[in-house]
Design a protein around this ligand. Structure first.
Ligand code: 7TS
Length: 424
């Protein structure tokens, strides 16, 4: 399965600043071309999960229907084909985030599992009562709750670095939170609720200067920013395939090899062993030591196809397109009376989270849905940051490479309509 897009085929002259032919991109995504409640779908819920390009769908279809057998255990042809494709997907992930070695790429179910793996296999065995884990106010629950569980288990303490009113991390305050007991910093690269892009390079440098390790939650970053884990020098980096135009149920934990080698397995069973007797079991080398049971190898192969897809277009091109959309969206939403954007960081990704005076987010979400506009409403699994901004919920439009200015116009028109319905 190849079917890679030639970068040039997505570039057209006169198609806006980014030079990306968005109509050509949209043609690759079958799900975008449907009616919802009698209206053309406007899909603006990409931070929750992104739609899939045909190459990903075809890859899944191909491997389930033609080259399907379990990996890392058969000597027969199909098993060898599937194993090769699975390991090629690992190499694609390695190259995508510029890890130094495929042994540093562990396939997991998603970001949430990756963070839990680090909490339970890296932190739990060595952390003691009073050791500190530092996170930020803007974390997703998946980067809060695993640490709270760890604190209950070990007596470690969770500390939280604050943000300013724009939703930017206060770096000085962050540095003051680092101390001799800090063992790990776990921070989001791009906030799903606010859109803030954190200065992870600086965070990592500061943290390493204090002798602690850093986990970066890259769930929202990898679809939009080029990530280089070696340049960042992060110790752990986690992301999910489904937000990156890939399948659900597959994700990645990058970890430095020396750390993975020292960590005990997360789960036992299947192909994560070297030898098993009732007296003693020895484990496979990394990364297989962390991949107990039949992995979601078709998912990993599908994620590999998604990586081919986005790199074929180019993350710089995607980022430019999304940046100009975000600027446009910020401007037209800002013109709506009573609308307040939550998350106005200077360095921001393609997330427009807002509250509208006089209409609860859930009511607004329902009205937008009737207009065919899919957004997420609620706390976005980031309740503490909602509390920080004093709002119970926001309405969030999160943009992807296939969104258009016209769709943002439709969003704005539907919000105006909602205000009329509520007689505002
Ligand atoms: N971290 C961040 C920053 C996220 O945005 C999400 C999911 C996760 C972790 C968890 O990822 P998962 O793939 O393991 O579920 N965020 C969202 C969202 O914003 N709306 O739905 C899911």
């Amino acid at each position: 399965m190849n079917g890679l897009n030639d970068t040039m085929t997505y570039r057209v002259s006169g198609s806006g600043e980014s030079g990306m032919d968005v109509e050509k991109v949209r043609a690759d995504f079958p799900a975008l071309h449907q009616m919802v409640h009698g209206k053309p779908l406007v899909y603006l819920d990409n931070a929750a999960s992104a739609q899939k390009p045909r190459i990903v769908l075809d890859t899944l279809q191909h491997y389930y229907s033609k080259e399907y057998a379990n990996v890392h255990r058969g000597v027969h042809y199909l098993s060898e084909q599937a194993t090769q494709a699975y390991e090629l997907a690992r190499e694609k992930v390695r190259a995508f985030i510029n890890a130094g070695d495929t042994r540093e790429i562990v396939f997991v179910r998603g970001t949430t599992e990756a963070i839990n793996l680090v909490a339970q296999s890296y932190a739990r065995p060595g952390f003691k009562a009073g050791d500190e884990i530092l996170i930020t106010t803007m974390e997703h629950h998946s980067n809060i709750v695993p640490w709270q569980l760890l604190c209950e288990q070990t007596g470690a303490v969770l500390k939280v670095a604050p943000v300013n009113d724009a939703g930017e991390l206060l770096l000085e305050a962050f540095e003051q939170c680092l101390g001799p007991r800090t063992r790990l910093v776990a921070v989001t690269h791009l906030s799903n609720a606010l859109g803030t892009i954190n200065p992870v390079e600086q965070i990592i440098e500061m943290t390493h200067a204090h002798g602690a390790r850093v986990l970066v939650d890259g769930a929202q970053a990898v679809p939009h920013l080029g990530v280089d884990v070696q340049a960042l020098d992060c110790d752990f980096y986690a992301f999910s395939g489904h937000k990156l135009y890939g399948p659900t149920g597959i994700g990645v934990l990058f970890a430095k090899a020396e750390l993975l080698e020292a960590m005990p397995p997360y789960q036992g069973g299947g192909e994560m062993i070297s030898e098993v007797t009732f007296e003693k079991t020895t484990y496979a080398d990394i990364p297989l030591k962390f991949e107990a049971g039949t992995p979601h190898f078709v998912g990993a192969i599908g994620m590999g196809a998604a990586i081919d897809y986005v790199t074929g277009i180019g993350l710089d091109t995607i980022a430019q397109h999304e940046h100009s959309l975000t600027e446009y969206g910020t401007q037209i939403l800002g013109e709506i009376p009573g609308l307040r954007i939550i998350g106005t960081a200077h360095h921001k990704g393609s997330i427009l989270s807002f509250v509208l005076e006089g209409i609860h987010a859930h009511d607004l979400g329902t009205i937008l849905d009737q207009a065919g506009v899919a957004v997420r409403t609620g706390h976005h699994c980031a309740m503490p940051v909602m509390e920080r901004f004093g709002v119970p919920a926001t309405t969030r439009a999160s943009l992807a490479l296939y969104n258009t200015q016209q769709e943002l116009d439709q969003l704005a028109a539907a919000i105006h309509e909602a205000r009329k319905i509520f007689r505002l």
